[in-house]
Design a protein around this ligand. Structure first.
Ligand SMILES: [Cu+2]
Length: 332
């Protein structure tokens, strides 16, 4: 808000949701201030108006009025419901990344933030992002609970060990913004800070060009898949010891105990670290645990790679009928 530009109390607003979050906040402040003032003024005014004027004056007995009672119950109810509805609308918007959001990853660690761009660039405590692009940050922690907080974007999300959490934003203004850890995480918690550099798309491209790109998550996942010997059991054909890794991107998996579970990031993570927790139907519990052998970043890369091959399998499945029609048409 322009009005608060020079007031250090208020962080800049630099994301698509910031203004919406602020609007609710200001409405709440306005509402509280309005009613507090109204009540305070009335208390004083009535105290003066109805003061005792001579020693033998007595108050009249209280009268009750149903319409009055109803009015002052229904109006606040409507105001609260309005605030609730508005809050839910913005809450959903803040929590649901648009489907075209680009995935970055962040790993919190005492006491730093490690980022990876989809192009493979890695950064520590500094995060460069293009303006006007929705970005989904997939996050986990290597040790304790941290919290990813960018005040200028009005987003904050806990980052938990052993779990994935997500937050999204679309920056609207070039600049450098604070990144804080908002969960006390040890002696140097206060130094777990970083900077988000929002750049014009062209400047961001130039920045990327000037950097050693590093390996994309998919590429390092593929390399790990070979170097950790996953590929010896998951060869991708019917004869291998491990299941064909398909239909794992949001699909369903039938387990040996008859349960059906949804395959998501948490399932894939567990399959790598604790494979015996859920045994796939028709397979032996042969897979070794990779606990302690892979870092959080490597697990993220492996999951990314698994999803990529799933996508390829799915695309191939989609492509087949089309290809057949193609050949049929050629023959005809
Ligand atoms: Cu922290």
């Amino acid at each position: 808000m322009e009005l608060f530009k020079h007031l250090p109390l208020f962080p800049e607003s630099a994301s698509t949701v910031a203004g919406k979050v602020d609007a609710i906040y200001f409405f709440g402040i306005f509402l509280s201030a309005f009613f507090s003032l109204l009540i305070a003024v009335l208390v004083v005014a009535f105290a003066v108006k109805f003061r005792r004027r001579h020693p033998d004056a007595y108050g009249v007995p209280e009268k009750t009025s149903t319409p009055l009672e109803l009015t002052w119950s229904i109006i606040p109810l409507l105001i609260s419901l309005f605030l609730f509805g508005w809050g839910v609308k913005v809450f959903i918007e803040v929590n649901q990344a648009p489907s075209n959001a680009i995935e970055y990853t962040a790993v919190g660690k005492q006491w730093m933030w490690k980022f990876k761009h989809p192009e493979g660039n890695r950064e520590i405590n500094d995060l460069h992002v293009p303006m006007g692009t929705p970005i989904r940050m997939k996050m986990t922690s290597e040790d304790v609970i941290h919290s990813f907080f960018i005040p200028a974007f009005r987003i904050k999300r806990d980052v938990l060990p052993g779990r994935y959490s997500e937050v999204w934003f679309e920056a609207t203004k070039p600049g450098v913004y604070h990144l804080f850890c908002a969960e006390f995480c040890g002696a140097e918690h206060s130094r777990m800070i970083g900077s988000v550099h929002v750049m014009e798309p062209a400047a961001y491209e130039a920045w990327l060009q000037g950097k050693e790109p590093g390996q994309t998550a998919v590429a390092s996942g593929e390399e790990l898949f070979k170097s950790l010997a996953c590929i010896t059991c998951h060869r991708g054909d019917a004869g291998s010891r491990g299941p064909i890794l398909a239909n794992l991107d949001g699909g369903e998996v039938e387990l040996a105990n008859g349960q059906v579970v949804k395959s998501d990031d948490a399932y894939l993570r567990e399959s790598i670290l604790n494979p015996r927790a859920k045994i796939v139907k028709g397979y032996e519990p042969l897979m070794p645990s990779y606990q302690g052998q892979v870092t959080e970043e490597q697990i993220l890369s492996l999951i990314r790679y698994l999803k990529e091959i799933n996508q390829k399998v799915a695309d191939a499945g989609d492509a087949t009928p089309a290809a057949e029609t193609q050949t049929a048409a050629n023959e005809g």
